[in-house]
Ligand binder design. Sequence first.
Ligand SMILES: *Cc1c(COP(=O)(O)O)cnc(C)c1O
Length: 378
Amino acid sequence: MNNIPPFDLTRQYKLIGAEIEIATQQILNSGRYIGGNAVKNFEQQFADYIGTPECISCNSGTDALYLALRALNIGASDEVITTTFTFIATAETIAITGAKPVFADIDADTFNIDLDRIEAAITPRTKAIIPVHLFGQPVNMTKLMAIAKKHNLFVIEDVAQATGAEWEGEKLGSIGDIGCFSFYPTKNLGACGDGGAITTKDLTIAKKIRMMANHGMSDRYQYEITGVNSRLDALQAAILQIKLSRLDRWNQQRTEVADRYQNLLAPITEIKLPQAIFGGKSVWNQYTIRIKETGKQTETYRDKVRQELKQIGVNCMVYYPMPLHLQPVYRDLGYPKGQLPVSEQVAREVLSLPMFPEIYFEEQEQVAYSIKHSLVNA
Ligand SMILES: *Cc1c(COP(=O)(O)O)cnc(C)c1O
């Protein structure tokens, strides 16, 4: 039996390593390590790919979210609504601006924000909504944009896990006011280090973000607003250009991997498989199943199954073990346990299976077989 990792970046590097080494050698020889043509070209290619006139690259997905919020003048005494079931960066950046994160519960089938619960969370202080396209699966953007329009709210899409995914034929990150992307190595479009980008149709917002990401500088050594240092470096930009040209193929492979899991796992009734939302195209950053809790099983059943799987070489991840409204850092926001019950239940049940474009069919068979075995033994 092989040891199957949750993801393996070396298989992809073997395919494109030679090309990356030539491109990075060129950058190293050029002496231009920050900015320059590699960054400019990548921004243009990424904007074209997403379908927005503007793309501003930055240091990370976290910075992209922070810069987006700041560009919309969101800060102290404002509220921003987002999902409680996401990576910490989504809420953390809201808090860093001085605004208050307001958490909404999720839909158990899609793992995304429950659109029917957004309006109840809106107050006179609400300025924006951050939908997160979790695990690569799109939020229903038609419905979300209608809610935002009705209440005059900005929409910042957190596309960190869904680069290339679509809603009704449009790329995510081109529908809301601003799209925020992460190029963390395990994302669908991953750099060999940190990186991020912001997309927008609004030229004024784009100009402001570009200024803010470069210390708030308008002209050489003239500073208009308080900014930060957040740049994508030239080496990462060169690598990302090579990878962007393969992204659609890799996303297609992920879809095939998901389809195969769907077939292999369908007979196992003790687990719930992820559902693809109608109207959207998921890019399967994660393939996340739910180990159903039954009366007899305790809160730790999923963890026992995960432990069993690990022992026989199948390494799974738990994204995420605790929804954000219950995290110690947000205790002051005053969400009691049980307030957002769907996310709390889902957090106890989720298990993300090994998922990357280059996984072998035999490995997927081993995963399926091992799950059957582990459900009995746990
Ligand atoms: C990865 C991720 C981020 C942050 O991206 P970094 O590049 O790691 O800063 C934000 N939101 C979500 C949903 C993510 O998965």
